[in-house]
Write a protein that binds this ligand. Sequence first.
Ligand code: ZDR
Length: 370
Amino acid sequence: MAAHAAARAASKRGWCDERFSVANSARTTTRTCSSSSCSCSSLSATLTTTKTRYRGRRGGEKISVVVPKASNHKKAGSNYSETSIQFWKYQGLGNDFILVDNRESDAPKISPERAALLCDRNFGIGADGVIFAMPSPDPAEFDYKMTIYNSDGSEPEMCGNGIRCLARFVADLDKDQRGKKYNVSTLAGLIVPEVREDGQVAVDMGTPILNASNVPSTLKDCERSHEMTVDGEKWLANAVGMGNPHCVVYKKANGEMISDVYGLDLPKIGPIFEKHETFPAKTNTEFVQVVDRGRVKMRVWERGAGCTLACGTGACATVVAGVIEGHVDRKCVVELPGGPLEIEWREIDDKIIMTGPAEPTFEGTTALGV
Ligand code: ZDR
């Protein structure tokens, strides 16, 4: 409840109103499906007959999603023959995902283009990403594999809130006892979430990447912050890898700390950080306001998803950069628009433990539009 209240309050503050706006061009190009052989729902009919492109829901309006025609979509992969698919919705601090039980097949049941459509909050189910519970690539080492698409259809290496949701999802499906740990294969390697008795999910996120070229970033090193110019303004940024790339900003280049994280114009500066030349694979960007050594407020602009209510890997990167810069202790609560995440960067083994909620919200069936 507290997280919901925080999210509502954040929403009232206008943390990112643009996520709910869809350009009019989308509405004017939609058509009703008239094919007699078409079994798709009116929603998927509307989407699949859109001719070329519509503007994405991110108000900086720089992201546009290519909408495949139904005929093209059929060719997109061999596993898209089903006309409808069951899904579950889960959220972790308001970072929300469509979950698909894909454990019977090595190929995701939904294409990246279709995932982007389903993530649309007006024309689809609405989500920050689609997560597939996949079969283990090696049963001796892993229980499952996680595949994730961002809301723009791109595929990130890792997702902290998403892996908490995945763990809760498979625990719910398998009716597993609380306290079970899952060895999950991701593009960032082995990640180990544990669904605890109290419903919280604690995740061993592994060790941070502090080699700039592996983040990847062209910033000189990860040992300290470096100057980045964005829209004419100079900031100090730390590059941190959590499997996916992160750019963490605590202050301006003149040394002025961020004093009101909700005063920043994220839809304006976020996309510029995301595509900044110093992060060749693009980047997630965290803007951080220090409350005290054990607590910070953070807002995120996610690569491929824009302004979201929470970011698990971003919260971990925030604490790593904060420790490197001397702003916070290794154990720190990161307050996100959707609620708090507990992060500990353990000195003993360099690993990061992230603890937070993951909750089911609803389930349903959606047309694939094939
Ligand atoms: C921020 C995120 N939702 C999480 O919780 O870690 C990760 C999603 C992936 C991210 N948008 C990326 O790296 O592209």
